[in-house]
Design a protein around this ligand. Structure first.
Ligand code: B12
Length: 301
């Protein structure tokens, strides 16, 4: 079965906040039939496709993945997206965005994000309510074998492009005397989460130096010597990169005995074991922007 149909059925069901059971009742079939459609085990026949299109109020072409713009997309739904209902319809915006990504339509995804930002959805919501949520859904699709790694790469790049667009438009607060260097642990490639946190801190007026992935430890030491940050933020997603974080922490502590920056660590590697971060020698574990602000005595406002 073409995965577009199964992905579309699932996304549309979620958009309409229906459980599989509720959808099955609307269509007069068993819940397992819906599960089979969504898992790509069964293909809806022509009559069922028609019914699905009616229930979801989309065209057959869209359901079948022939229409590039999903459920008539933004332009055709302008009246819905234009008015205040945008703020109540965030789930729909999210679904449209995710579909654009899955269709490989980077321009539409970026334009949608710029549009909703300009209509007033806050940067924090777009970052964590749309980008983060979409990336986690992409992870689920990859785990379920529904998308390939190249799509993960493509979607990551589109996300980072969109982040730059939003960041360029957002007004920064007045400069605060707080600075942070952000880096991922050695070869850890998952760096979008850290970038999001640093972007948010930058908007709070912090001076941020984002280094990304694959920074050699000795080079990180040089960056700390030059920039003299208050804080070094290290991100780890894969547990097998925790050791790389440990080397970074050791090197910083060893080289800056007199006046060391605070070292804060975060990321998905620690989500199943709240004590694990301590093995890195960092000063604190932090999971979000608010935590970072608290850590520095809320040096903003
Ligand atoms: C995009 C992505 C990639 C991209 C990363 C691109 C990039 N530039 O970041 C690429 C394609 C390179 C990639 C590669 C791999 N990935 Co990958 N990836 C993802 C995906 C889909 C999204 C990650 C993401 O950006 N999430 C959104 C951000 C915003 O969330 P976050 O990272 O958790 O960050 C938040 C917080 O944790 C926190 N935070 C994070 N760091 C820090 C640091 C500090 C100091 C603070 C305060 C807060 C903080 O703030 C953020 C905002 O809330 C996830 C799925 C998922 N569930 O996350 C899989 C996922 C993380 N990847 C996975 C895997 C297995 C891999 C690969 C091994 C294979 C593969 N799929 O390609 C390689 C490993 C590469 C490597 N050497 O590191 C698995 C990891 C499972 C595990 N834990 O063992 C996941 C969970 C997918 C899955 N469902 O199985 N991946």
């Amino acid at each position: 079965m073409d995965k577009t149909i199964s992905v579309n059925i699932k996304n549309l069901r979620k958009r309409d906040k229906l459980t599989q059971k509720q959808l099955s009742e609307l269509l007069g079939v068993a819940q397992t039939t819906i599960a089979n459609y969504e898992n790509g085990i069964r293909v809806p026949d022509a009559e069922m496709l028609q019914k699905l299109a009616e229930v979801f109020k989309v065209s057959l072409d869209y359901l079948l993945g022939r229409e590039k713009k999903e459920f008539n997309a933004l332009e055709d739904n302008k009246s819905t997206i234009d008015d205040e209902s945008l703020f109540e319809d965030k789930e729909k915006v999210f679904t449209i965005y995710l579909n654009y990504l899955l269709e490989g339509n980077s321009k539409a995804a970026r334009d949608l994000i710029i549009d909703i930002y300009e209509k007033g959805l806050p940067m924090g919501f777009i970052y964590f309510g749309i980008f983060e949520k979409a990336l986690k859904e992409v992870g689920n699709l990859w785990e379920a074998g529904k998308i390939d790694i190249w799509q993960e790469h493509f979607i990551s790049e589109v996300t980072m492009d969109s982040m730059r667009e939003i960041k360029a438009r957002e007004k920064r607060k007045k400069h605060r005397a707080c600075s942070v260097i952000g880096v991922t642990a050695g070869p850890e490639l998952h760096n979008i989460g850290l970038k999001m946190v640093l972007d948010m801190l930058e908007m709070e007026g912090w001076n941020t130096v984002y280094l990304g992935s694959n920074v050699p430890v000795q080079s990180l030491v040089k960056a700390v010597a030059t920039e003299k940050p208050d804080l070094v933020a290290i991100s780890v997603t894969m547990e097998y990169h925790i050791d790389s974080a440990k080397y970074m922490v050791e090197a910083i502590k060893e080289n800056f005995k007199e006046n060391p920056p605070k070292i804060v660590i975060g990321g998905g590697a620690f989500k199943n074991n709240p004590e694990l971060w301590k093995s890195t020698g960092a000063d604190k574990f932090s999971s979000n922007t608010e935590d970072m602000l608290e850590l520095m005595g809320r040096k903003y406002e």
